[in-house]
Design a protein around this ligand. Structure first.
Ligand SMILES: [Zn+2]
Length: 460
């Protein structure tokens, strides 16, 4: 039997607590080997206090930030006090990465450099110590226990090859719980992906939403996907629209579980609940909050706002109240599945994929997914944007399934333009352009992450 996210998070907490002499000394009343909501939040507070003190002592950035804010580590007396700490901007992390670093560069096991913005933007350097990497693997391990069972075979459709990259970490985590993993990566054809599933008898797929959607579209007529034995699609990166979800579920006769993560927060973070379309997150390793994105004030329970994360126990580069710029809601009411963890709503708008038009409206791919993927003739699409002197153009480059006639192509264009043109961005003056590409046009070098890119990058 797979475990719940609460059981997974409690397991991590129990394992860490048993080794944490400082905590046990300070809390002699905690019974050994036990874990419940109360002990969990007590240890969580202790980890927060330790994290804040550690960052204050070791990170130049946080020392200065806290001094400027007139707050000291000992002021953190409850989880609520977290709100008194200043927010960390992604731009700070990009501009001053090394000031965040709490250990020497030689002690870093996994440096990650990545560019997070859709169009332009400075790259950020993230550092993980061996202990940080171990914590990431351990979280993935319990995450794997939530979505799969020992003896299953996992197919990883994620970039491979990089040392200590995501595919490698997932493979190691899966092995620890008795799941064999094979990595097919993102560059082989849909056909090859299916062949790998058949050869290795894979029962769980892990990959990006748009890629798995494409494979399903391309292969559903060639194979009986329902007979392949894939029980679980674990999807990551990209918004999952209702249409896409039920399409994938039906095509494969499987369950679809979505994942939400942020590289800064250590890759893995939140996994969809088995009972309802909300996420439970790694409350052992992270404290999430929602704030009003204009004022920075805490949002009420269930109110929409920006997700902010504090990492607990991170050694190389702790982040305190790090602004994700991702928009969601969060609440603590009892979850449908009965677990005590908080719930996060699906994250629809992600900062990294967002472009603000001159008319003030924000556009991002997931804004259009529901509309575009409602057309079964569409396999994938790209969005491009161009600012001209007094006009703005947004181009949808749509890839259809194979075998559309010229007439069907024309009709697709017309029909797609109806729901798109009433979207605020276009109703307020941006020009909408729809181009129907050849079948397979976006297959090669298909964007791993869906972003809105400058029109100059479009294949004319
Ligand atoms: Zn739940």
């Amino acid at each position: 039997m797979a475990i719940t996210m609460e059981e997974g998070v409690f397991e991590l907490c129990k394992n860490a607590m048993e080794k944490d002499k400082g905590f046990l000394r300070a809390n002699p009343g905690v019974p050994a080997g036990e874990m419940n909501e109360e002990i969990f939040s007590r240890y969580r507070l202790y980890r927060l206090q330790e994290t804040v003190r550690y960052a204050y002592e070791k990170s130049r950035f946080y020392r200065r930030k806290m001094e400027e804010g007139g707050i000291r580590p000992e002021d953190i007396k409850s989880l609520e006090d977290l709100k008194r700490l200043p927010l960390t901007e992604p731009s700070d992390l990009a501009a001053k990465s090394y000031q965040f670093l709490c250990i020497s560069q030689g002690a870093v096991e996994k440096p990650v450099t990545y560019v997070s913005s859709g169009t332009v933007g400075p790259s950020k350097h993230l550092f993980f110590s061996p202990a940080d990497v171990e914590a990431v693997i351990e979280f993935i391990r319990v995450g794997m226990k939530v979505i799969s069972e020992p003896g299953e075979v996992l197919q990883i459709l994620m970039p491979s090859g990089s040392v200590r990259g995501q595919a490698e970490l997932v493979t190691e985590a899966a092995a620890r719980m008795g799941v064999r993993a094979i990595t097919t990566g993102i560059f082989c054809s849909s056909e090859e992906q299916i062949e790998a599933t058949r050869n290795h008898k894979c029962t769980v797929w892990f990959g990006s939403t748009h890629m798995i959607y494409r494979i399903t579209k391309e292969m559903e007529r060639k194979y009986d996907l329902r007979s392949l034995g894939v029980r679980t699609m674990f999807l990551t990166i990209g918004y999952l629209s209702d249409t896409m979800r039920s399409y994938i579920e039906n095509a494969w006769n499987c369950r679809v579980i979505n994942h939400y993560g942020l590289t800064e927060a250590g890759f893995g973070m939140a996994i969809e609940c088995a009972e309802e379309p909300v996420y439970h997150y790694n409350e052992f390793g992270i404290i999430a909050e929602v704030i009003n994105k204009e004022t920075g004030e805490p949002a009420a329970d269930g109110e929409e706002g920006e997700l902010v994360f504090t990492t607990l126990g991170r050694e190389a580069m702790p982040l305190i109240r790090y602004r994700s710029h991702d928009i969601a809601r969060m609440w603590r009411a009892p979850a449908a599945c009965g677990c005590c963890l908080g719930s996060i709503s699906p994250v629809k708008r992600r900062r990294e994929a967002c472009v603000t038009l001159a008319n003030g409206s924000e556009i991002y791919p997931s804004l259009f997914d529901d509309t575009v993927y409602a057309f079964p003739q569409i396999v994938d699409y790209d969005v491009f944007h161009k600012k001209e002197e007094d006009k703005e153009r947004v181009r949808f480059a749509v890839e259809p399934v194979e075998g559309l006639t010229a007439e069907e192509t024309l009709r697709l264009k017309e029909e797609l333009s109806k729901p798109l043109s009433v979207q605020p961005a276009f109703a307020q003056g941006a020009d909408l352009e729809i181009v129907v590409l050849e079948a397979g046009a976006l297959r090669q070098g298909a964007v791993f992450k869906k972003l809105i890119r400058p029109i100059s990058e479009a294949k004319e």
